[in-house]
Design a protein around this ligand. Structure first.
Ligand SMILES: Cc1ncc(COP(=O)(O)O)c(C=O)c1O
Length: 378
């Protein structure tokens, strides 16, 4: 009998698999549900994709027998114009997640250190595990990226600092002035990744834009953006990073050839022009935030004010039972245990109807005493 295990690199056996939000079809299958299912688990755009993207995909369909343009030429041109950066600073990937993988692959040696918040976007931790690097995870009582503390942890082994800004899952935010102070302390000793997947939802007056910092001379700053959130194209998989040209060249060399498919390339170019769709999507999130804050206040639940399209809510006791109850009711949220916080949950902001349905089912759960609570003030 073959000992397959002996061929696998030992440190990889400790990698935790990524836990995605449950897909609607899986919940239908697992719970035998036939009615409406509301997915508030993956911070998608519940308004759907831009109609311009759908048109562009339809027009491109007859060409899908051809390989896509590997250089992602036209999209890079658009992005270079949009951000006013040279084309050779842009890396487009199969989702921003591909760019994250490439950054880790290009930089992390075994034993190197990589700093991140706790909680933070789960993939950062997985990158440390995959490359046998040491993860330095820094918590904060208010669930924010405590970047002042991040800077203090830098050693000569530190390669990468990950800042999801806004933070996923908590929605906390580091304004530009704080990031500038932090970058002074970092003093080019490592690469700083500003992951701005939720940038369009930020309404903080001191907006931090990593591309601006980069253009102002912070050459160690990498900015990540995605088409999965405000643009509403999560299923087509496209995201990008803006970084020092030498790093960009390295990442493009490592990238899987043709990783950005031809439908994605035309869809995102079209969607980038749909300012109305982007504005509607952002407005819906800002309105949804207010509604959910009000409901959580009424229910006496603690939550973090968010700069993203999701809210981190603390039930004060293990959220597992609430999560299970909601699944049976057709509402999918993201339980906090995935992020190491068992009393919390991350809820994506849906449209008005979805938010109301979520609150209706949540009240039902709390009134039924699901979990440890015996009564709620409703
Ligand atoms: C902070 C953050 N960065 C990156 C991503 C990945 O985005 P994409 O869908 O482009 O891979 C996500 C997705 O949820 C995210 O939350």
């Amino acid at each position: 009998m073959v000992d397959i295990s002996s061929f696998i690199r030992p440190h990889l056996k400790k990698v935790h698999p990524y836990v995605p939000g449950k897909p609607i079809a899986e919940v239908q299958r697992d719970f035998g549900l036939t009615g409406e299912i509301v997915k508030l688990a993956s911070n998608e755009n519940t308004l759907g994709p831009s109609p311009l993207a759908i048109e562009a995909i339809k027009a491109e369909l007859p060409n899908i027998w051809l390989y896509p343009e590997n250089s992602v030429y036209y999209l890079k041109q658009e992005l270079a114009k949009f951000h006013d950066v040279p084309v050779n600073t842009i890396v487009v990937g199969n989702g921003a997640v591909e760019v994250i993988y490439l950054l880790a692959q290009a930089t992390l040696n075994p034993g190197d250190e990589t700093i991140m918040g706790q909680p933070a976007f789960m993939i950062y931790e997985i990158m440390a595990q995959m490359h046998d690097a040491t993860r330095i995870a820094i918590g904060h009582p208010d669930f924010k990226n405590d970047i002042g503390a991040f800077a203090e942890q830098i050693t000569d082994r530190t390669k990468l600092i990950w800042i999801d800004n806004p933070n996923n899952p908590t929605g906390s935010y580091c304004p530009r002035s704080e990031v500038i102070d932090f970058l002074k302390k970092v003093d080019n000793r490592c690469i700083v990744v500003l992951d701005e997947a939720y940038q369009h939802f930020v309404d903080h007056p001191d907006l931090c834009d990593g591309t601006r910092l980069f253009k102002e001379g912070h050459e160690n700053v990498v900015t990540l953006r995605t088409f999965s959130k405000v643009i509403g194209l999560a299923g087509i998989r496209c995201g990008y990073g803006i970084m020092h040209p030498e790093l960009a060249r390295m990442l493009d060399t490592l990238r899987i050839n043709f990783s950005v498919n031809s439908l994605a390339q035309v869809a995102v170019i079209a969607a980038l022009k749909d300012h109305e769709h982007m504005k509607k999507s952002r407005d819906a999130v800002i309105e949804g935030r207010k509604y959910l804050y009000g409901q959580f206040d009424m229910l006496g639940l603690k939550y973090n004010e968010t700069q993203g399209n999701f809210i981190w809510v603390d039930f004060g006791y293990d959220s597992k039972e609430i999560n299970d109850f909601l699944l049976h009711e057709g509402i999918i949220i993201r339980p906090g245990w995935i992020f190491g916080c068992s009393t919390c949950a991350r809820v994506s902001i849906g449209n008005r109807h979805q938010n109301e349905l979520f609150i209706e089912k949540l009240i039902k759960a709390l009134q039924a005493g699901v979990g440890k609570r015996s009564h709620v003030p409703v």
